[in-house]
Design a protein around this ligand. Structure first.
Ligand code: NAD
Ligand code: MG
Length: 331
């Protein structure tokens, strides 16, 4: 591999022993980080907003909780695990006033640092430890003695200990059992945004919707269109997840394979490549970041309108009806 990967043998948990680790945000990532680090023998405090019901939840989980201002006051490491758009305000109100030499600010995604929404003074360390999986998986694998691979990036290393502390944190999460991949805030931020826009969320949803619409417009039953263009995506993606395109092609019919290799490139053609390059350019030059920051400042008018329109798309109504026939999907 062309990237540098670290494992437990490269990490020293002792780096963070006895240090006060403060977790802000107790959602998907925050809860998993707090529990794993605590179970690894580190000193974890969850910072909660005044009057928040999270206080009880944290205590029920057997962890320490403190109000925001009190928690960050004497922290050695502060992990920002609240939604990215909410981070700058919390940084400005609570964290900026306590920034001093020896403090580490830790992020699980690079957006705010890379696009300068949070600009920490030069005397603090700024690092990223980003598990490549949802919080539930980060927790479940840790408990099972395994771990989710993590990304590690160093933006500011005032103490000279940034990398060692990042590796120790990744070890406490269980991530060093699987591997810690060295990257930068820029690379993580730009590839993450591109992946979710062009392929994972944006590209895939648009591809499925357009396939569905094409069949329905040609007079086929929406139920048939839903099964063929949406529901069955999971079967295909599961095979790719387990064994790459190779495994997927091993399990589909020869007819499906012939259609795949001859028609696929006509659907996703060179025009799409051009669009992808444009989207990447908008990420790299900050245009996307500016748009999203302004959208949040305006209380998300376009975001809300577009999501409302998406929710009213016929595909959602058909899907709901069909999922009603698939009793095994009910949790
Ligand atoms: P989340 O939405 O699951 O949880 C966020 C938590 O922060 C919630 O409990 C919410 O109540 C709390 N919160 C919201 N505003 C707050 C405020 N002003 N003050 C204090 N707490 C507040 O978020 P998440 O998915 O865990 O994401 C956290 C970070 O981890 C983000 O930077 C995200 O990009 C990153 N990340 C997420 C994943 C993932 O799979 N979910 C993976 C890697 C990295
Ligand atoms: Mg991502």
């Amino acid at each position: 591999m062309s990237v540098t990967v670290y494992y437990e043998k490269d990490a020293d948990l002792g780096q963070l022993k006895g240090k006060k680790i403060v977790i802000i945000g107790y959602g998907s990532q925050g809860r998993a980080h707090a529990l794993n680090l605590h179970d690894s023998g580190l000193d974890v405090t969850v910072a909660v907003r005044a009057g928040s019901p999270t206080m009880d939840k944290v205590k029920a989980d057997g962890l320490k909780a403190q109000p925001m201002a009190e928690a960050v006051k004497d922290a050695d490491l502060i992990a920002f695990l609240l939604p990215d758009p909410s981070q700058p305000a919390v940084y400005n109100q609570f964290v900026a006033p306590v920034c001093k030499k020896g403090l580490t600010l830790l992020f699980a995604h690079g957006f705010n640092v890379h696009f300068n929404q949070i600009q920490a003074p030069a005397e603090v360390d700024v690092i990223m430890v980003a598990p490549k999986g949802p919080g539930k998986l980060v927790r479940d694998l840790y408990v099972a003695g395994q771990g989710v691979p993590c990304l590690l990036a160093i933006e500011q290393d005032a103490s000279g200990q940034a990398k060692a502390n990042g590796l120790a944190y990744a070890m406490g999460l269980g991530g060093a059992r699987a591997g810690v991949i060295q990257t930068s805030f820029k690379e993580e931020t730009e590839t993450d945004l591109f992946g979710e826009q062009a392929v994972l969320c944006g590209g895939l949803a648009a591809l499925m919707k357009m396939g569905f619409e094409t069949l329905v417009e040609a007079g086929y039953a929406p139920e048939m269109a839903y099964f063929e263009c949406i529901n069955e995506v999971k079967l295909i993606v599961d095979l790719i997840y387990e064994g790459g395109l190779k495994k997927m092609r091993h399990f589909i019919s020869d007819t499906a394979k012939w259609g795949d290799i001859t028609r696929g490139p006509r659907v996703i053609d060179e025009g799409v490549r051009e669009n992808m390059r444009e989207i990447l350019e908008e990420i790299q030059n900050g245009e996307f970041a500016r748009e999203w920051v302004l959208e949040n400042q305006a209380n998300r008018p376009v975001y809300n309108a577009l999501l409302k329109r998406e929710a009213e798309h016929p595909v959602e109504e058909v899907g709901e009806r069909l999922r009603g026939m698939m009793k095994w999907l009910e949790k």
